[in-house]
Design a protein around this ligand. Structure first.
Ligand code: ZN
Length: 393
C-alpha cells in the first residue's frame, strides 16, 4: 500500500539546506521534492525519553522543519543508559528543554516547539492539531490510549512504538487508511499484568532500533514514499535478531474507528480506563498503607514485623530495604508465598513504587493476615525519605 504525501513541499531550499541535505537529495525517491516536504513538515514527539531521544535526533538531522517536544519530566541519571539526547550535564534539567538544546545543536534550521507539560485530555487536542504527524514514545497505557483517541478524532496519523527488555514493536495508526491502536488492543491489559520498563528494564540500544523505525515511517508518510507500516505491526526480537510483521486489520466493531463508533470524544479519565491498580488492590491498600518513614520508625522501635519485598531478584540486588525478605509477586499470585509468611508477625509488603505490593496485599489479606500493610511509594520512597545514600532506579 502506498499513500499520498502528508505534506505539501516548501517553495524552496536555501543553499545551506541543499548542502546539508545533499545525501537525501541524491536519493531519487526523496529528491528535492521530498526534502521540501520535510522542510514544511510539523512533527510532534510525545515524550523525550527512550524512544523520543533517537526519534528527535534523527527527525532533526533529516530536516523536519518544525519539531514539537512534549515532556513534563526532568532528566534522571537512570535515563542516560538509553535516552541519548540527554547528557550528564542535563541531569535535573527539564527533558523538553534538554532535548530542544540537542536538536538545535544537530540542526539549527529546525524550529523547535517546547511543550513543558503533561499531555492531558485538556490540552491534547489543541496541541496535536498544530502538527501533521505524531510520534508516540510514551511508556504507559493511559497516555497511549489518549494519544490514539486524539489522533483518530483529529484524523491524524501517528507512529507508535513500544519497548520492553529485548522486545520492541512499532506500527503506524491512521484510521482513515487502516486500523487504530484500539483495533489492535481493544482493551488495556489488566492492571499489573504488563510490567513497565521501570519495573522490568529495557536494553538501552533497543530504543534506537524502534525509534529509528518510527522515524523511518515518519519520513515515508511525510514524503509519500514506500510502503508504510499502516495495517502492519512490526515485531522485533533483539536476542533472536529477528524482525517480523503481522497484518493488523481494521476492526469494523472498533468503538472508535469502526462502523458504529461509541467513543466519539476523548474519555474523561484515561488513568481510570487503564486502572493504575486493580479494584481489589486499591481496596486492600485503603487504610492499610504506611509510609517509608513509618516503616523506619516501626523498625527502630523493634515492632514485631516481617518485611517482604515483592519485587524481582534483579531489583532486590540493586537496592533493598534492610531486613526485607524477597518473595516475588508471582509467588503471591500462585499461592506459594503464603506458607513462607510467619503467622505471629505483622506482614509489611513493599515493591518499587507501591503498585505490585498493593496487589500482593489483597492476596495476603484474603488469606487472613488482616493487619498486613504495604509501603506507599515502595523502596523509591524509602530511598527518598529515609536513606538518600542508597541508589534509585
Ligand atoms: Zn480502531
Amino acid at each position: 500500500m502506498s499513500l499520498p504525501p502528508l505534506v505539501e513541499p516548501a517553495t524552496e531550499l536555501t543553499v545551506d539546506e541543499v548542502r546539508r541535505y545533499s545525501r537525501h537529495l541524491i536519493i531519487p525517491d526523496v529528491g528535492m521534492a521530498g526534502q521540501k516536504r520535510l522542510k514544511n513538515a510539523k512533527v510532534l514527539c510525545v515524550g523525550a525519553g527512550g524512544l523520543g531521544s533517537p526519534a528527535l535526533l534523527y527527525l532533526a538531522a533529516a530536516g523536519v522543519g518544525t519539531l514539537g517536544i512534549i515532556d513534563f519530566d526532568v532528566v534522571d541519571e537512570s535515563n542516560l543508559q538509553r535516552q541519548v539526547i540527554h547528557g550528564q550535564s542535563d541531569v535535573g534539567r527539564l527533558k523538553a528543554e534538554s532535548a530542544a538544546a540537542s536538536v538545535r545543536e544537530i540542526n539549527p534550521l529546525v524550529e523547535v516547539v517546547i511543550h513543558n507539560a503533561t499531555l492531558t485530555t485538556e490540552n491534547v487536542m489543541e496541541i496535536f492539531s498544530a502538527y501533521d504527524l505524531i510520534v508516540d514514545g510514551t511508556d504507559n497505557f493511559a497516555t497511549r490510549y489518549m494519544v490514539n483517541d486524539a489522533a483518530v478524532l483529529l484524523g491524524k496519523p501517528y507512529v507508535w512504538g513500544s519497548i520492553y527488555r529485548f522486545d520492541g514493536q512499532a506500527s503506524v495508526f491512521w484510521a482513515e487508511h487502516g486500523p487504530c491502536y484500539r483495533c489492535l488492543y481493544p482493551e488495556p491489559p489488566p492492571p499489573g499484568m504488563v510490567p513497565s520498563c521501570a519495573e522490568g528494564g529495557v536494553l538501552g540500544v533497543l530504543c534506537a532500533s524502534i525509534g529509528s523505525i518510527q522515524v523511518n515511517e515518519a519520513i515515508k508518510l511525510l514524503t509519500g514514499i514506500g510502503d508504510p507500516l499502516v495495517g502492519r505491526l512490526m515485531i522485533y526480537d533483539a536476542l533472536e535478531m529477528k524482525y517480523r510483521d503481522v497484518k493488523v486489520r481494521k476492526d469494523p466493531e472498533c468503538v472508535l474507528c469502526g462502523k458504529n463508533p461509541t467513543v466519539t470524544e476523548l474519555l474523561e479519565d484515561y488513568e481510570a480506563f487503564c486502572g493504575a491498580i486493580s479494584d481489589e488492590a486499591a481496596q486492600a491498600a485503603s487504610g492499610s498503607t504506611i509510609t517509608a518513614q513509618e516503616l523506619k520508625s516501626m523498625m527502630d522501635k523493634g515492632d514485631n514485623i516481617y518485611v517482604v519485598d515483592v519485587r524481582e531478584i534483579n531489583e532486590y540486588e540493586i537496592v533493598s530495604i534492610p531486613g526485607a525478605t524477597l518473595i516475588p509477586k508471582g509467588e503471591f499470585l500462585n499461592g506459594s508465598a503464603l506458607e513462607k509468611l510467619p503467622q505471629d508477625r505483622r506482614i509489611v509488603l513493599h515493591c518499587k513504587s507501591g503498585a505490585r505490593s498493593a496487589e500482593a496485599l489483597a492476596i495476603v489479606k484474603n488469606a487472613g493476615f488482616s493487619d498486613a500493610v504495604h509501603v506507599g511509594g515502595g523502596v523509591l520512597s524509602w530511598v527518598k525519605t529515609v536513606d538518600p545514600s542508597l541508589p534509585s532506579y
